[in-house]
Design a protein around this ligand. Structure first.
Ligand SMILES: [Zn+2]
Ligand SMILES: [Zn+2]
Length: 552
């Protein structure tokens, strides 16, 4: 029987986040990326969201390896949760593996990590995977050309085309053109910036803007907040510090860890005499120091946020500080970022952020760059990835303006299984979805937990305590009501008394002798009080009846 080539989308389409794609041929599967998403406001208390990997867990004996395009959280963040249970080799470039390893060590997970250099090819069963260097907002990003028995699949990963990249070479367009010339069955290309015409600015332009800020703030202490993983940004800041004779102190746990990793493998070059520990900055004059910090997204607990709240004893912000937020707020983070900016202003600091100056560029390709890739790869079929539905739709339109037939383009949904060969078509669904992870540990929060938290946040809680004689089952005294966060529509006394009376009534006539009977009574109380409050205040707080037994 002939085998078919199938793609299973476990995440990363209909969203920007938790990218994960399984490619199956016969008895073999390879996986491209396994990321995470950060929770939205619908998920109180949840720390991260990872893809449901049940499909892969059920097929774990088929998995030959996981290939990672680069070290951003939306591409590696789900892996520790998977590698805890499933032993498969993971292939990536140096910085990617280093960032992954940091996470694995934190959680004491052993994994089989295999270093791949851009330009080399890994052969695994029916597949061979070639890593191709691309520019992105992190060092070590690659696209992948995956040769299968049905043809070549080209996956861009996250990329941009930077003609003047910092500390590296530009996207390997020459190799991409060669692969395109030999014939590509399917292109999968990222869609993050599909709404933006033209080209993404070069990372070098950020350096030029920062240079002017360094020049104009000679007397002041500088604090630059950016993404720790943007090594090229760090490199530019370090070089400017050296140019203007300033020392550099890295601040924030992830900044210190990532910078150390990047220096170790030689992708971040800092003169030894330039570096100072954040604990040792007291004796350095303001004009001779740059602090490079986490917190460009205003994240809770991050160094910059704590500086703004005056809660970071290593750095006290004042009126001789100029603070540069070298990042744009990710949609959803704006409020947090502007709160930090407001706080820093209140402390007397000057703040420069991306609305004011060109101090950030995107790491993702805009329309013209995407057109270049489409034209070089010239695929038979196309699947847009790494975007919400509107991004994927727009990317389909773009491919059609370049001459592709609509029948050869497919917009996938998470959970889709797609067969590619003579044609491209959806052939089924696999289990997919979001697993909510609570806490730094591994506890996978279930839907109930999140539902409970939402209910508590929106409508509060009402605890009812009744005391009964454990032998006779008789109610002793009054039922006590403890409301927290419940809004009683301006008449708390009246409503509480009414509720108490009705519950007391119920308990007087109820059978409370056996455990089962008491459980049933509790459910009755819940129903009754819920209906009552629904009717009167249109709210449903969490209701917790407690029946205490006294035996004497
Ligand atoms: Zn990325
Ligand atoms: Zn990404």
């Amino acid at each position: 029987m002939k085998n078919n080539l199938k793609l299973h989308f476990l995440g990363g389409v209909e969203e920007v986040g938790k990218n994960c794609l399984a490619i199956e041929y016969g008895e073999e599967i390879i996986v491209v990326d396994m990321g995470l998403t950060f929770p939205n406001e619908e998920m109180p208390g949840i720390d991260v969201v990872i893809p449901d990997t049940t499909f892969l867990r059920n097929n774990k004996d088929k998995i030959k390896g996981v290939f990672i395009t680069h070290g951003h959280e939306d591409h590696i963040g789900g892996l520790p949760f998977f590698l805890r249970d499933v032993r498969v080799p993971v292939y990536g470039t140096r910085l990617t593996l280093m960032l992954l390893e940091n996470k694995l060590v934190e959680r004491r997970i052993k994994a089989n990590l295999k270093l791949v250099r851009p330009g080399s090819i890994i052969r695994l069963g029916s597949f061979s995977v070639e890593f191709i260097h691309v520019n992105h907002s992190i060092e070590g990003a690659v696209a992948m050309a995956i040769t299968t028995p049905e043809g070549v699949l080209f996956h861009t990963g996250d990329f941009k085309i930077d003609y003047t990249p910092v500390g590296g070479e530009m996207t390997d367009l020459k190799r991409i053109a060669e692969i395109g010339k030999k014939g590509v069955l399917l292109l999968m290309a990222e869609s993050t910036n599909i709404e933006t015409p033209g080209y993404t600015m070069s990372e070098k332009t950020v350096g030029q803007s920062l240079d002017l800020i360094f020049r104009d703030n000679m007397k002041k202490r500088l604090i630059v907040a950016t993404f720790a993983s943007n090594i090229h940004r760090l490199q530019q800041i370090v070089e400017l510090a050296e140019k203007y004779k300033r020392k550099v102190a890295f601040s924030g746990r992830s900044m210190i860890n990532v910078a150390a990793a990047a220096m170790k493998i030689g992708v971040l070059n800092v003169k030894e005499s330039t570096l100072v520990e954040i604990d040792g900055i007291r004796n350095i004059p303001d004009r001779e120091l740059v602090i490079v910090s986490t917190g460009s997204q205003g994240e809770p607990m991050s160094a910059l946020r704590r500086m703004g709240e005056g809660d970071f004893n290593k750095v006290r912000v004042g009126n001789n500080d100029t603070i540069i937020l070298s990042a744009t707020p990710i949609p959803g983070n704006e409020k947090m970022v502007y709160r930090v900016i407001n706080n820093l202003y209140k402390l007397g600091a000057d703040v420069i952020y991306s609305r004011l100056r060109d101090i950030h560029v995107s790491g993702h390709a805009c329309q013209e760059e995407l057109k270049i890739i489409h034209s070089l790869v010239k695929p038979k079929f196309f699947i847009p990835v790494h975007g919400e539905y509107r991004h994927l739709k727009k990317h389909k339109d773009l491919a059609m303006t370049l001459g592709m037939d609509a029948r050869n383009i497919l917009i996938p949904e998470n959970g889709d299984s797609i067969e590619v060969g003579k044609a491209i078509k959806k052939v089924g669904r696999i289990q997919s979805g979001a697993i909510l992870v609570d806490g730094l540990g591994f506890d996978e929060a279930d839907g109930l937990l999140v539902k409970d938290r939402k209910q508590l946040a929106e409508d509060g809680i009402l605890i009812l305590v009744a005391t009964i004689n454990g032998l006779s089952g008789e109610l002793i005294g009054d039922v006590e009501l403890i409301p927290r966060g419940v809004s009683f529509a301006g008449q708390p006394e009246k409503l509480l008394i009414e509720t108490r009376n009705s519950v007391t009534q119920l308990l007087r006539t109820a059978d409370l002798k056996s455990y089962a009977a008491r459980m049933e009574t509790k459910n009755q109380i819940k129903r009754q009080v819920r209906n009552q409050l629904q009717r009167k205040i249109k709210q449903s707080p969490m209701i917790i009846p407690i029946i205490m037994e006294i035996v004497d």
